[in-house]
Write a protein that binds this ligand. Structure first.
Ligand SMILES: Cc1cc2nc3c(=O)[nH]c(=O)nc-3n(C[C@H](O)[C@H](O)[C@H](O)COP(=O)(O)OP(=O)(O)OC[C@H]3O[C@@H](n4cnc5c(N)ncnc54)[C@H](O)[C@@H]3O)c2cc1C
Length: 376
């Protein structure tokens, strides 16, 4: 048996059960292949932790607080699961007298393979050989999309627990959006080239609007990833990409180069954009990170950006306004506005004046952050 993954070891065990003398040749130190050592088992052991965290946050009325993740301990637990299963496979092989030879096999003739390892090369003769060496990704001729496009499409289509309905238009849309991301990041990186290294002390209106959009998206995507709501993350990334495109268009419409605070904010926005889409489109993100943004190292190893909480505070708040229990309109006030300011803004509304029919309001009840009731 060439290859000791799920394909190889199951066939080897079956052949042994049928009375064959079986040897598994495996180039990795343990049996299990991609599934046990790289893919299914490690990913599910890690996803299990993420699922428990997500479930704990969804029980109505029960709060466990924000989880603290000790990544070294999580990794150790995952390694322990893999090791236990690897030992189980080794003993299953032993109990069937299936021998395991570590090394890389190549055919020497129709009935022999050469197995090379750090200990040297060995020639093995056989009557029957099964090739179970797994697969490696290739790009299919005529299909112009890469792994990131497929991943983006699958993740953006629906929540992870639902089936995906494949659609050619959907995949094409995903491919177009990825090209747009590449263009946006490059343009923002160019506009941010002259930016000062240090964070400016103050920001003008355009820069502040962009920074709020960037940190708002960062906040929502961070939460979405923790909850495995990747489709929501991608919707937020699309929204932020539009906001960055608007900021770039505004900057372009000014004939002069962007002011230092804006160019710093454009570079920050591009960096945040790449980091927040990197878990969903890792290949594109690495290209953007190094080639467009000139960063060193891998984005997958870079520190997750720090959210600035001040930028998440809304400047204004919109409240529904009722007169004698019937909704008459809405009022938008500064988010820190006190009751006198809210009352004045409500009484200045034409709809409220009309509903009161020229009479004085007898009482105004303000439910903070929720609603304003005017009693006529
Ligand atoms: C991240 C991830 C998550 C996954 N999750 C799931 C899941 O949840 N459910 C699921 O069903 N599948 C999952 N898979 C897919 C699953 O891992 C593969 O389908 C499965 O491992 C294929 O088994 P295999 O034996 O054909 O190949 P492999 O597992 O690739 O095993 C082939 C073995 O052959 C060895 N080999 C190759 N060439 C030689 C050589 N010349 N000489 C000696 N040895 C050689 C390799 O070292 C390897 O150990 C996942 C894959 C990944 C990457």
């Amino acid at each position: 048996m060439i290859g000791g993954g799920p394909g190889g070891y199951t066939a080897a065990f079956r052949a042994a059960d049928l009375g064959k003398k079986v040897l598994i040749v495996e180039q990795q130190p343990v049996l299990g292949g991609v599934c046990l050592n790289v893919g299914c088992i490690p990913s599910k052991a890690l996803l299990h932790a993420a699922k428990v965290i997500a479930d704990a946050g969804e029980v109505p009325g029960v709060s466990f607080g924000k989880p603290r993740i000790d990544i070294a301990a999580v990794r150790k637990a995952k390694d322990a699961v893999v090791e236990r299963l690897a030992k189980g496979l080794a003993s299953l092989a032993k109990s069937r007298t299936v021998r395991v030879l570590n090394g890389t096999a190549e055919f020497a003739s129709a009935n022999s393979i050469r197995v090379s390892s750090s200990l040297g090369a060995k020639l093995i003769r056989f009557d029957h050989a099964v090739i179970a060496v797994g697969s490696s990704p290739i790009r299919i001729k005529g299909v112009p999309y890469g792994a990131d496009t497929a991943r983006f499409f699958v993740l953006s289509d629906s929540p992870p627990d639902r089936d995906v309905i494949w659609s050619e238009e959907g995949v094409q849309g995903a491919a177009r959006f990825m090209q747009r991301l590449w263009r946006l990041v490059n343009e923002a990186a160019d506009a941010g080239k002259a930016a000062p290294q240090d964070r400016p002390a103050t920001f003008g209106a355009d820069a502040l609007t962009l920074r709020k959009a960037a940190h708002g998206a960062l906040d929502r995507v961070s939460t979405g990833i923790e909850r495995l709501h990747f489709n929501v993350c991608l919707a937020n990334i699309r929204e932020f990409a539009n906001e960055l495109a608007d900021a770039l268009a505004r900057a372009r419409s000014n004939k002069s180069a962007p002011a230092p605070d804006l160019s710093w904010s454009l570079r920050e926005a591009a960096i945040i954009l790449v980091q927040i889409f990197s878990p969903m489109m890792p290949h594109l993100a690495e290209e953007c990170w190094q080639r467009a943004l000139g960063q060193t190292g891998l984005v997958s190893e870079a520190r997750w950006p720090q959210i600035e909480p001040d930028l998440l505070v809304e400047d204004s708040i919109t409240l529904p306004v009722q007169v004698n229990g019937k909704k008459r309109g809405e009022v938008t006030v500064a988010s820190g506005a006190g009751n006198p300011e809210i009352e004045a803004a409500v009484l200045a509304l034409d709809a409220v004046k009309q509903a009161l029919g020229g009479k004085q309001a007898r009482k105004i009840i303000i439910v903070p952050q929720r609603i304003v009731n005017v009693v006529g």
